[in-house]
Design a protein around this ligand. Structure first.
Ligand SMILES: Cc1cc2nc3c(=O)[nH]c(=O)nc-3n(C[C@H](O)[C@H](O)[C@H](O)COP(=O)(O)O)c2cc1C
Length: 158
């Protein structure tokens, strides 16, 4: 019998969602991909592995992800967990964010990674565009190298 994997993500403008589906294509066994904005009541007992992904806004992971993690933390601690964030600053990591996954979950995770975000200017509102301008003015934005293969290898090995 193959392993079952849940990929649960929080995304606002779609980049994190895209990475979640990319991962799903590469992971062995049955994989379910779930948008935490839409479904929060999940039977996570049926999964051997859980991958949690979140977009980063103002140094924080998404509320729906925090809510999910809070609700299922006891169970998550007994599973193989992979964590990723999707953002623009190359120096952001799961560990370094202002508001992030609980420390116990981070410590127990089999893999943690930072995937490249994007600024989709067409989809941003005026306020968001203003923030993006400020971020770009203050940061030298080095592109993030998204290591899907490394992430998947770690998950498959665990
Ligand atoms: C208003 C706003 C605030 C953001 N804040 C951060 C931030 O604090 N750190 C960062 O690395 N990226 C930041 N970003 C970049 C997002 O993480 C990036 O656009 C990512 O693709 C968002 O994921 P999503 O497309 O799944 O919503 C911000 C983007 C916007 C529009």
């Amino acid at each position: 019998m193959g392993l079952k994997t849940l990929i649960a993500y929080g995304s606002k403008h779609g980049r994190t969602e895209m990475w979640a589906h990319k991962l799903a294509e590469c992971i062995e066994g049955q994989v379910d991909v779930v948008d935490l904005k839409k479904s929060r009541d999940l039977d996570i007992d049926e999964y051997d592995r859980v991958i949690l992904g979140s977009a980063v806004y103002a140094g924080r992971i998404r509320k729906e992800v925090l809510r999910f993690v809070d609700k299922y933390l006891d169970k998550l601690l007994y599973k193989k967990v992979g964590l990723f964030i999707c953002c623009m600053s190359y120096d952001n990591t799961v560990d370094s964010l202002e508001v992030t996954f609980p420390q116990v979950l981070i410590e127990g995770a089999v893999v943690k990674s930072t995937f490249a975000g994007e600024f989709n200017l067409k989809r941003l509102n005026l306020f968001e565009k203003l923030i993006v301008k400020l971020v770009e003015a203050n940061n030298e934005l080095k592109p993030i190298k998204t290591d899907i293969e490394g992430f998947v290898a770690a998950i498959n090995k665990a």
